[in-house]
Design a protein around this ligand. Structure first.
Ligand code: ATP
Ligand code: MG
Ligand code: MG
Ligand code: MG
Length: 477
């Protein structure tokens, strides 16, 4: 079953059950607490909070989402993408658990010939929040899931929030057992690779305040109404329904991976490191093209930096695959537009612009790599020669300051060489530079030449790297 068909089926099922189908919002979040949309519910947040009256009691969507929090997992696990699509049904104070769970079960187990996904019930496992007896009882008594396939989990796994202030509540996840060749028995609690999480049903009931982490955060109180928010991972469903090993091998990603393999004359499935690189390239091309399609431009801050990071990581991984100085981004962008264009025809209309943006980023980054890599290699050589395991802060700073190497690039390249980086030392130097620039521009205001603009530039450059870390703050679990 093609990805586009999976989305169609999901939306049709819920439309037939009184849900209004709402088109995907842009990846660029309107919500000021988020850089990018990280879940299907984000555009509906004001309805859950009771800040706005929903124009319909029920909705369904196929939402584009980005999770920078998962970047390090990309290509290494079988199931994490940076850009993916979340299929969701939503109730705004309308139905609650008693209706949401039977809907989910029905759609998953209904035969394919009748518009469902045709999963064998004995393959499905579910989890509930540890004290949610109500959800457990619905699964067991109303739906008929055997008690030993209903598992209970705590806050970190089964209490969902956006990761920032907003609606939250206990949730119930549905897992598909891929079979013993994928891992050990014992359900999702034992092995999340074998038991693949496909769908999360969140029972929105409370409001989360600022602060706290995954394991606990302040609850401000109850929401005005009990609501439902669900998220089904389209790519994970596609991996199961297309009978492939992982989400990078599905229809809308594998063609990009395959093209990257062809261009770099590498072969997928022969060597672990190369396979990870090919998956990263395919994943990041999708993310990059979708972000540019939504109007994001590469820059050194905020969402522009997320985009820059995606494109640069794709380019770097192409080099790890042996691309050298060859430029492959244009070809890969074309393939990505072609495969994603089936669901997002606007990409084809915008193709020329997308190419221009991505080609320009490739030009600039290849230049950076050309000058910086030799310096980096020398620093690594020196570090190793001295028998050290940590690249010194001043070296990381010089790479950043003189050669434009963002710190995460240095961290990544160092890790490939088995080295750590003195990040604290790096940060200290960045701070000193910023302070100097400020003092300088203050002093110069009284002098002849106005170099305050230089201070502002340095300030801006100085912020770059830290945003890379802050990005993860605004992520859901
Ligand atoms: P996981 O535990 O596997 O990281 P999650 O619990 O963080 O997933 P949710 O926040 O519940 O995920 O998101 C709803 C659904 O979106 C998941 O059930 C899954 O199908 C899908 N999903 C989540 N993260 C990713 C990702 N990085 N790539 C692809 N699909 C994802
Ligand atoms: Mg999970
Ligand atoms: Mg989940
Ligand atoms: Mg996760």
């Amino acid at each position: 079953m093609e990805s586009a068909e999976i989305a169609r089926r999901f939306l049709r099922f819920f439309e037939e059950r009184g849900h209004t189908v709402v088109p995907s919002a842009s990846l660029v979040a309107e919500d000021p607490t988020l850089l990018l949309v990280n879940a299907g519910m984000v555009p509906f947040k004001p309805y859950f909070l009771g800040q706005k009256k929903p124009p319909f009691p029920r909705a369904a969507s196929a939402q584009k989402v980005m999770r920078t929090l998962d970047i390090d997992e990309v290509g290494k696990t079988t199931r994490h993408a940076s850009f993916f699509q979340m299929l969701g049904n939503f109730s705004f104070g309308d139905y609650f658990k008693e209706q949401a769970l039977p809907y989910a079960w029905e759609l998953l187990t209904r035969p394919e010939s009748e518009g469902g996904f045709g999963f064998a019930p004995e393959r499905l496992w579910v989890t509930v929040y540890h004290d949610d007896d109500e959800a457990a009882s619905i699964w067991q008594h109303k739906i008929g899931v055997p008690a030993d396939r209903i598992q209970r989990r705590g806050m970190a796994d089964n209490f969902w929030s956006m990761g920032v202030p907003g609606p939250c509540g206990p949730c119930s996840e549905i897992y598909y057992d891929r079979g013993p060749e994928y891992g050990r028995d014992g359900g999702p609690v034992a092995d999340e690779n074998r038991y693949l999480e496909v769908w999360n049903n969140v029972f929105m009931q409370f409001e989360r305040g600022a602060g706290g982490g995954k394991e606990g955060f302040p609850i401000l109180g109850e929401l005005p109404a009990k609501s439902v928010d669900t998220g089904m991972g389209l790519e994970r469903m596609a991996a199961i329904l297309q009978g492939v090993d992982n989400i990078y091998e599905i229809d809308t990603t594998y063609k990009i991976l395959d093209r990257a393999a062809e261009l770099t004359r590498s072969r997928y499935g022969r060597n672990d490191r190369a396979d990870v690189s090919l998956r990263v390239v395919a994943d990041h091309m999708r993310a990059g093209v979708m972000l540019v399609g939504d109007g994001v431009l590469p820059s050194n801050e905020g969402r522009g930096y997320v985009l820059r990071r995606m494109l640069r990581r794709a380019i770097r991984n192409l080099r790890l695959l042996g691309a050298g100085e060859e430029r492959y981004m244009h070809e890969l962008t074309a393939t990505t537009i072609e495969v994603m264009g089936r669901q997002y025809p606007e990409l084809k209309v915008d193709a020329a612009n997308i190419h221009t943006v991505i080609d320009a980023e490739e030009t600039s980054f290849l230049g950076t790599l050309r000058t910086g890599t030799a310096i980096f290699d020398a620093a690594v050589e020196e570090t190793k020669r001295k028998g050290r395991a940590v690249l010194a802060g001043p070296q990381a700073f010089q790479l950043h300051d003189t050669y434009g190497f963002p710190i995460d690039l240095t961290l990544e390249m160092a890790a490939e060489q088995g080295l750590k980086v003195d990040e604290e030392g790096f940060r200290r130097l960045m701070q000193e530079q910023r302070d100097r620039a400020k003092a300088d521009s203050a002093a110069k205001k009284t002098g002849n030449a106005d170099v305050s603009v230089l201070g502002a530039m340095l300030d801006k450059a100085g912020r770059v790297d830290f945003l890379g870390y802050d990005l993860t703050v605004a992520e859901a679990t």
